[in-house]
Design a protein around this ligand. Structure first.
Ligand code: AMP
Length: 183
């Protein structure tokens, strides 16, 4: 475990203990944070989902919005646990029917997210979930889609926050992460 790695909760330790860092993947210079080991450890996966369910149990969340694609893993598990509806934000061209689209910046280049227009109703209280928060461009774009449909972003939740990349500032809505680690 690196010196600066910080778990904010006891359950964050489950994330830290089952997190792999793969150097230079998918591109040179990127330290890829892999949640594979966590998913292969049922107790750790269960603790993480239970911990999030506990955090949001009184938050009057209407829907959970998961981000393509690793946000789907934790988002669906949490939605199942909390008996809440789950909504997908997907990369362009994956969702059928009438969608709302947003283009957003990545470290290199741009990407495009979509959400089904009827998936969120005005005034709904939305929890946005992904595995990793890095520069915040991805989560920020997803929040904009939710708000375009009239939803309110209760919080952006991620398992792993990469420190010092300005993700929280970019998102500019409440952010909660189970652990903060060096990028
Ligand atoms: P960003 O828009 O920079 O906050 O990037 C967040 C998105 O990219 C999330 O969907 C993550 O799954 C993915 N991501 C960014 N950096 C990493 C990393 N170092 N390791 C794993 N996933 C990452």
């Amino acid at each position: 475990m690196g010196f600066s790695e910080e778990s904010k909760t006891e359950d964050g330790n489950w994330v830290l203990e089952h997190l792999d860092t793969i150097a230079n993947f998918p591109k040179p210079g990127i330290q890829f944070k892999s949640i594979g080991p966590l998913l292969r450890h049922p107790e750790a996966f269960h603790k993480v989902i239970s911990s999030l369910a506990e955090r949001y149990k009184d938050a009057k969340i209407d829907k959970i919005v998961g981000l393509d694609s690793r946000g789907f893993i934790f988002g669906t598990a949490l939605a199942y646990e909390m008996k809440l509806p789950f909504v997908m934000v997907r990369k362009a061209g994956k969702l059928p029917g009438d969608v709302v689209k947003i283009e957003y910046s990545l470290e290199y280049g741009t990407s495009c997210f979509e959400i089904e227009r009827t998936s969120i109703s005005p005034e709904e209280n939305i929890l946005v979930i992904d595995d990793v928060l890095a520069t915040g461009g991805t989560a920020s774009a997803a929040c904009s889609l939710v708000e375009t449909l009239g939803g309110h972003v209760h919080e952006v939740v991620c398992l792993i926050e990469l420190e010092g990349l300005g993700g929280r500032e970019k998102v500019n809505r409440p952010v909660y992460s189970l652990v903060s680690v060096e990028p």
